[in-house]
Write a protein that binds this ligand. Structure first.
Ligand code: DNO
Length: 359
């Protein structure tokens, strides 16, 4: 298992590579090229420069989060083949710079949704929160505006401007698309891309839909055990795998995360570990990573990963904003560093007890 942290390039991150390097147990970063418009090939020279910057700081660049998928692919339009070729060419360039795992999502139009990016908890810390009634009263456009106001000046991954400009038209398009058609478009993507992921030795790791239920009449498919089974069976290659995001999947109280980890072991290549505190079945606040701060049992989750032989990448997911930090919502340094070391502590204890048992 390798513990990494998400990091945004081009000076668009309040957290420096040096700070990440000084966080105990972190071997690298999950990063991206947010300035390359969706659908275009990620340039090799830019990737090489980025890799050098990360390596010079003493960290690895083995994970990319995310290369976004052009809407024409998700919509199944004839123009998709050209965008698929660009995706494949990007995989080639990622391979050239030593990337081994690619996190992406197949959510239509919007990536993740929250009603507030700076909800204040009792202890004064601020978190991302989700109130279903508020979210359905908004539309993606008004949510984007509300989010921008709370983003502390940082860009929000998944809410890129090229995505937003077409939003209204895209939403109408998807509202008339059946879920079966959406799965078929996903299979078309996988069958085109996975042979190249194998060739370039890059594990594809789809991120679950967040939150894991439909919004605004848009198809949402990576939400629970059944749907993940369907997804994995679309293409049987081990390179067709998952980013197991405990916060996203854990927002659905019916998901039994440790048992899902056991079932999908071997196909989980990347894990986002965070906790959530439910107010009811659909409303929740993100919380500190510690089990006692939320509803997820992080011990059982880490134990399931450990015992199923997980050897991919883990990153602490969204942290709270604490100690006066001003950072991109979810991606400050302090709470993620605390979370990472809590998770590493769990892993060490589970691993050592397991070894003792075997002696
Ligand atoms: C939000 C992230 C998502 C994630 C993408 C992966 O903080 O979890 O934006 O990176 O869904 O493609």
């Amino acid at each position: 298992m390798k513990m990494i942290m998400r990091w945004f390039p081009y000076g668009d991150d309040s957290v420096s590579l040096a700070q990440i390097r000084q966080t105990p147990g972190i071997s690298g970063v999950a990063t991206c090229l947010p300035k390359v418009p969706v659908g275009q090939v990620w340039p090799l020279d830019v990737l090489k420069k980025l890799k050098k910057e990360i390596h010079d700081a003493g960290l690895q660049m083995e994970v990319i989060e995310s290369v976004n998928i052009h809407e024409d692919i998700k919509k199944g339009l004839p123009s998709r083949d050209a965008y698929l070729q660009a995706y494949i060419d990007t995989l080639k360039n990622l391979h050239e710079v030593g990337v081994t795992c690619l996190c992406y999502n197949f959510m239509p139009v919007i990536d993740w949704a929250r009603s507030d990016l700076a909800f204040t908890l009792e202890d004064g810390s601020q978190v991302l929160s989700y109130r279903h009634d508020e979210v359905v009263k908004m539309n993606p456009d008004s949510m984007a505006k509300a989010m921008e106001g709370k983003a502390r000046g940082y860009s929000l991954p998944g809410w890129e401007s090229d995505r937003l400009s077409l939003m209204a038209k895209d939403i109408e398009f998807y509202q008339t698309m059946s879920t079966e058609q959406y799965w078929a478009n996903m299979k078309y993507f996988l069958d085109a891309v996975i042979p190249y992921a194998e060739k370039y030795d890059i594990k594809m790791a789809i991120h679950p839909d967040d939150p894991p239920w439909p919004l605004y009449g848009l198809p949402k498919v990576i939400t629970d055990r059944e749907h993940i089974r369907t997804f994995l069976s679309l293409n049987d290659s081990e390179y067709n795998g998952l980013t197991f995001c405990t916060g996203s999947l854990g927002s659905n109280v019916k998901n039994d995360l440790p048992s899902m980890i056991n079932e999908f072991s071997g196909r989980i290549h990347f894990t986002h570990l965070r906790n959530v505190k439910h107010l009811n079945e659909q409303d929740f606040d993100e919380s500190a990573h510690l089990s006692s701060c939320g509803d997820l049992d992080m011990f059982s989750i880490v134990q399931a990963l450990h015992d199923s032989g997980f050897d991919g990448y883990v990153r602490p997911d969204h942290g709270r904003m604490i100690w006066g930090e001003q950072a991109r919502p979810g991606y400050g340094l302090y709470d993620r560093a605390i979370g990472a070391n809590y998770l590493l502590g769990l892993w060490e204890a589970i691993d050592k007890l397991d070894r003792q048992k075997k002696c």
